[in-house]
Design a protein around this ligand. Structure first.
Ligand code: FE2
Ligand code: FE2
Length: 359
């Protein structure tokens, strides 16, 4: 599918150069250019776009243009670039843009950012997510540890351990996860390096991303509610681990994060699943996690057939913590999708063992 991007700058040369750099990806991107904010507003009104990219230094202010875009075209993804690496640029970006891009950028960084923007545009096109985005207004900034972990050059125990040491809270939670019955070996875990060795580098990194995302939110709720949701997330992660046919860091991260929307700003207009998915997508978490969070109370047929993360969280909550579920298990639907009453009984038994700590 081709996505439409509108590039905005005051200089025609800059726009032409940017368009040239995007030429190798022309099958993926249809590029429009606008010289100045007024031309951008006209083009947007006339043709629309999926993504708008402009620079903070645009005459009249790139942030002002993106604030207008937010008001007039809320489903368009807004990317702000800046050659300034200071807090003013970061604040402007956090206020009006979905993504802030440092300048100069190389083509792969730009395409990577645009790819994320395009995924976000597809997500925002869903009515429930669009309502969540509107209710949220200015998105919360991504936690620094999440950014660090996404940009780690090497994937080894030492590099990961060094990055994680900047966040004692995340380290403490990782030790807790690694020591949980799901991962317990013969020896108890008492150091970060041991935790990484037990979980594996990839799984540690994904779970740490989930914990960093969870830890960055929650200012809108009481500390007791934050603690309750953290404990609930760990419990559902344990249950999902027991249901998973294979151990999956994506499923565990989805389970840890599934109710993160409740930490943001519960509102009547936005349901917490959509709100959580929207913020996690903004922060660039993997699409499978975002999709899983979005659908954890209403998995699709495909989710349930393939036992994707949304289905695992839904089954874990409906069968083991019905007070958190939106209704009873739809056994007829599950049967029509190939899950027999015997498999449902087997899930119940697995979940009971997980609750007992015997698996
Ligand atoms: Fe939940
Ligand atoms: Fe939920």
């Amino acid at each position: 599918m081709t996505a439409r991007i509108l590039l905005v700058d005051d200089e025609t040369d800059v726009l032409e150069a940017l368009r040239d750099r995007l030429r190798p990806a022309r099958a993926r991107w249809r590029v429009e250019i606008a010289q100045g904010a007024a031309a951008a507003r006209d083009l947007l009104a006339e043709k629309g776009a999926d993504v708008v990219l402009c620079d903070l230094s645009l005459i009249g202010g790139g942030d002002k243009l993106l604030e207008d875009v937010r008001a007039t075209h809320p489903n368009v993804v807004r990317v702000l670039s800046s050659s300034r690496q200071d807090s003013a640029a970061a604040i402007a970006g956090a206020r009006c843009a979905h993504q802030l891009l440092g300048r100069p950028f190389d083509v792969s960084t730009l395409l990577d950012a645009l790819e994320r923007a395009s995924e976000l545009a597809a997500l925002i096109a869903r009515p429930e997510i669009a309502a969540a985005a509107r209710a949220l207004g200015a998105p919360p900034p991504a936690p620094p540890l999440l950014t660090t972990l996404s940009n780690l050059g090497r994937d080894d125990v030492q590099t990961l351990s060094r990055a994680l040491q900047s966040s004692p809270l995340v380290c403490a939670k990782l030790l807790q996860v690694a020591s949980s019955p799901l991962f317990a070996g013969r020896r108890p875990i008492d150091s970060l390096d041991q935790a990484i060795l037990r979980l594996g580098v990839t799984m540690t990194r994904e779970i740490a991303c989930a914990l960093a995302a969870q830890g960055a939110l929650g200012r809108a709720v009481s500390s007791s509610e934050r603690e309750r949701l953290a404990v609930h997330g760990m419990r559902v992660a344990r249950l999902v681990g027991a249901l998973s046919p294979v151990r999956s860091e994506t499923a565990l991260s989805t389970a840890l994060l599934h109710d993160v929307g409740l930490l943001i700003a519960p509102t009547a207009e936005a349901d917490h699943a959509a709100l959580g998915a929207y913020v996690l997508a903004l922060w660039g978490l993997p699409r499978a996690i975002v999709e899983g969070v979005a659908a954890h109370h209403a998995p699709s047929d495909a989710d349930l057939i393939e036992m994707r993360p949304a289905a695992l969280v839904y089954l874990a909550e409906t069968l083991a913590c019905p007070e958190e579920a939106t209704g009873p298990l739809d056994e007829a639907r599950l049967a029509s999708l190939g899950h027999s009453p015997a498999s449902i009984e087997a899930w119940r038994a697995q979940l009971a063992r997980a609750e007992d700590g015997t698996c």
